[in-house]
Design a protein around this ligand. Structure first.
Ligand SMILES: NC(=O)CC[C@H](N)C(=O)O
Length: 383
């Protein structure tokens, strides 16, 4: 006998997908994106950049390795829900502290299995990332009309400021301990660590970890910190993190703050949302992409060396390279669609990338960027 569907995904254009629910019950409205990574579902779901987004994975087996707190990029999953091909099975992994469905249930995240994710991904590619309602009800009661209407009425991510919502409320020192993640200088702290202020717009832990591994003492400040508050820490450099939502919607706090930092000779490094906000502060514009880039094997060309990096990506907005002002150089481009993937300010230690060099999940080709930032700070300090 056919099982009654216990989960339902309604797209704003009226397309309906049915499946089996797992994780939490309830309903969420969000943007739907597809991610092509074959591993790293936990890092993806806990990446705060996925706020207000439901993720469908093109890889069919999600949940096989369970979840472990060590792989969290934030204390809780942030993606609004996930849609997968096969129902998650019992994990087969000695590191697993929980299975995916139980973890999602405890943390209020909805999952839906048994979906033709190829068809769904094709729909996303054709129409752009759609607005959707994802619902899980063990009784299988779905008010389809109301769900479609809710998806239609949802305003979407353009103009949505989410960075300050997911940011830390209090400043803190990143102190996970290098003994746990020995990096380029082993388990020893450097004698005179570089002082980095990291603005948290939804920062992933592995970015803070990577900064620490490159020899930095990292202080994390809330998204709305002022330039005075940043400079009060006497940093050797300032890091602008990844994060959710529309970069242009941070124009009231982040962009003017970054402009003030640019007036100093301060080394600045930005990743993803940080890259986009830096571009805005420099006078460029950002645009919403059709369905964005979400995966762990995106090729990017370094325009200066010609070298190709395989990168991890997660973004739905992009910097419009045509709008970069004089003196700001495009350093990296996507080999998928030619979109901007990096910039630097000529003759200044200010640079940023659209992709994720912290490789969590994903390849480590771009780890050199953390060292480049450290080098820029050492030079400025005269080490
Ligand atoms: N990972 C990120 O920082 C994403 C940046 C921005 N929210 C975007 O979708 O483009």
């Amino acid at each position: 006998m056919e099982q009654k569907p216990t989960a339902c995904l309604a797209l704003a254009d009226g397309t309906i997908f049915y499946g089996r629910g797992f994780g939490a019950t309830g309903e969420v409205v969000a943007e739907l994106v597809f991610n092509t990574a074959m591993t790293g579902y936990q890092e993806i779901m806990t990446d705060p950049s996925y706020a207000a987004q439901v993720v469908t994975f093109t890889f069919p087996h999600i949940g096989n390795t369970g979840v472990t707190p060590e792989d969290d990029e934030a204390p809780d999953p942030v993606a609004a829900g996930i849609v997968v091909k096969w129902d998650p099975t019992e994990p087969s992994n000695w590191r697993a502290a929980s299975d995916l469905a139980t973890w999602m249930e405890r943390r209020g995240r909805i999952g839906m299995g048994g979906v033709d994710t190829r068809r769904l991904t094709r729909a996303i590619r054709q129409q752009g990332a759609p607005h959707v309602v994802l619902a899980h009800d063990p009784e299988g009661r779905f008010d389809i009309e109301a769900m479609v209407a809710r998806a239609r009425e949802w305003p979407g991510l353009v103009g949505m400021d989410l960075a300050r919502e997911v940011s830390t409320a209090q400043s803190y020192r990143w102190d996970e301990g290098l003994w746990r993640w020995p990096g380029t200088f082993g388990s020893e702290r450097p004698e005179k660590p570089l002082r980095v202020v990291a603005l948290d717009y939804g920062a992933k832990r592995n970015i803070l970890r990577s900064l620490a591994e490159s020899g930095a003492d990292v202080t994390v400040l809330p998204a709305t910190a002022t330039a005075e508050e940043v400079l009060a820490h006497e940093p050797d450099g300032v890091f602008l993190s990844n994060g959710p939502g529309d970069p242009a919607a941070t124009g009231e706090y982040a962009v003017p703050m970054i402009r003030q930092l640019l007036d100093r000779d301060m080394p600045i490094f930005g990743i993803c949302l940080g890259h986009q906000m830096l571009a805005l502060a420099l006078g460029a514009k950002t645009v919403k992409m059709s369905h964005g880039h979400h995966g762990a094997n995106h090729p990017v060309r370094d325009k200066e060396t010609g070298k190709v990096e395989i990168t991890s990506m997660n973004h739905g907005f992009a910097v419009d390279a045509q709008t970069l002002p004089e003196g700001v150089i495009e350093t990296h481009v996507s080999l998928f669609d030619g979109s901007n993937c990096g910039l630097k300010v000529a003759d200044r230690p200010v640079f940023s990338v659209q992709y994720h060099p912290e490789a969590s999940p994903g390849p480590q080709d771009s780890a050199y960027l953390f060292e480049r930032f450290a080098q820029a700070m050492r030079e400025r300090r005269g080490d």
